[in-house]
Design a protein around this ligand. Structure first.
Ligand code: NDP
Length: 332
């Protein structure tokens, strides 16, 4: 039985040395507990924040203890009446561990036949909910408006773009490789796409891609990309701040242009959010996303890395853009 612990807190970009793979005993469940085997483990950008000890909205990981996050697992042994061997559950969090014991009430049973199991970590899980509530509740896209999304080819971004299309919007995506742009254009039918690594003048590229300006900017990345989008926003624009991945490894306070004058002049609304704000509305989100997935309106891609021991490498890869769609580690 293996687990991966946080060996040291990263300074700047995480490296393999910040993690350690350990062999441990298989634990035995007590009354009310279940023994589960991890099948799919989610690696997410927000975990970088938890590797630091700065105060944030989720507790930092503890040095010397296993990393934890969203995972799909199979029940191997149950000492709780509500669960049987072979049931599949999703846990938030479960430890980065092959076999572990958890109190039964901390996991949710999922229907094995409703959708591929890994979807519960992506489109039917936290990332799908993030796109759905962040865009619709804060972005409030209206038919005919222009929606720009950064991190467009990632888990949240691909869902945001498609949900915006369902609302009848013109969608412009910003991502980091031509292959990703092709996927967004050819398979997801985004109206315009921009490669931020290739584009020298981002502000102009966004202006060209958005002749009517930007009504909604769904921000997954922050930094200079977002500065360039902000220069193109329309009056009454809405800007959901979902993530700031370009700044997660910063070792000093990042600075940039002051955006308050733009927000003032454009009467724009910018709001940050964390998806746990919407926990009580998850059933609504899951029902709607499941329907769109079934109708073929919401496509979903995953980048699957195989091997439990690959978790740290997969996680670090998020900062190099290794993934298109949701990045998941399959334990076998
Ligand atoms: P993604 O699947 O989008 O993976 C991360 C992607 O970010 C990479 O593939 C890469 O794509 C891009 N990226 C990495 N470094 C940079 C950089 N320096 N500048 C610009 N882009 C970069 O992850 P998620 O969809 O899971 O998450 C997207 C964002 O949403 C993250 O910032 C995350 O923290 C946030 N989030 C927020 C939640 C909330 O509750 N507020 C919940 C879930 C996610 P590329 O090749 O295009 O560079």
């Amino acid at each position: 039985n293996r687990q991966i612990i946080l060996k040291s807190r990263p300074v700047g970009r995480p490296t393999g040395d910040n993690f350690e793979l350990k062999e441990i005993e298989v634990p035995t469940p007590a009354e009310g507990e279940i023994l589960v085997k991890s099948l799919y483990i989610s690696v997410d950008p927000y975990m970088r924040g938890r590797m630091s000890d700065a105060k944030s909205y989720v507790e930092p990981f503890k040095v010397g203890e296993p990393i934890n996050g969203g995972a799909v697992a199979e029940v191997v042994e149950s000492r709780h009446a509500g669960f049987s061997k072979g049931d599949v559950v999703v846990g938030r969090p479960l430890a980065w561990q092959e076999l572990q014991v958890v109190p039964a009430e901390t996991v949710n049973k999922i229907d094995k036949n409703a959708a591929p199991l890994s979807y519960y970590l992506g489109i039917l899980g936290m990332t799908g909910m993030t796109a759905y509530f962040g865009l619709l509740d804060i972005g409030k896209p209206q038919k005919g408006e222009t929606v720009v999304v950064s991190g467009a080819a990632g888990a949240v971004g691909t869902a945001v773009g498609q949900i915006a299309q369902i609302q009848g919007c013109r969608v412009v995506g910003i991502a980091g490789s031509d292959e990703k742009l092709r996927y967004l254009k050819d398979e997801l039918h985004f109206d315009e796409v921009i490669n931020y690594h290739e584009e020298k003048e981002m502000e102009k590229a966004i202006a060209d891609a958005c002749p009517d300006g930007v009504d909604v900017y769904f921000d997954n990345v922050g930094g200079e990309i977002s500065d360039a989008v902000m220069a193109n926003i329309n009056k009454f624009a809405r800007i959901p701040i979902c993530g700031q991945i370009s700044l997660y490894n910063a070792t000093s306070v990042p600075t940039g242009p002051r955006i308050q004058p733009i927000i003032l002049k454009k009467s724009a609304l910018m709001q940050g959010f964390i998806i746990s704000n919407y926990l009580d509305r998850f059933p609504e989100g899951i029902t709607q996303l499941t329907e769109w997935v079934k109708e073929g309106k919401l496509k979903h891609r995953e980048t699957v890395v195989k091997g439990f021991e690959k978790l740290p490498e997969a996680f670090i890869g998020l900062f190099d853009g290794v993934n298109t769609g949701k990045l998941i580690v399959e334990t076998k």
